[in-house]
Design a protein around this ligand. Structure first.
Ligand code: SF4
Ligand code: SF4
Length: 53
């Protein structure tokens, strides 16, 4: 899973919905870490379609 920094609007929805606490706030966008389980939850929660597999 990857967050496109061009599309991320820093809303925080993905981090709040992640069951693995695998999403952290970066300087210009949120970032998915190695703790990601590829569950797909964050993809559905993003209001700007910034998260892709
Ligand atoms: S795919 Fe699931 S585990 Fe991975 S970052 Fe998104 S919500 Fe978290
Ligand atoms: S839900 Fe989408 S727009 Fe919001 S912080 Fe996560 S990646 Fe960025």
């Amino acid at each position: 899973m990857r967050i496109d920094p061009e599309l991320c609007i820093l809303c925080g929805n993905c981090a709040a919905s992640c069951p693995a606490e695998a999403i952290e706030a970066g300087e210009t966008s949120y970032v998915i870490t190695d703790a990601c389980l590829n569950c797909g939850t964050c993809v559905m929660e993003c209001p700007n379609a910034a998260i892709e597999e």
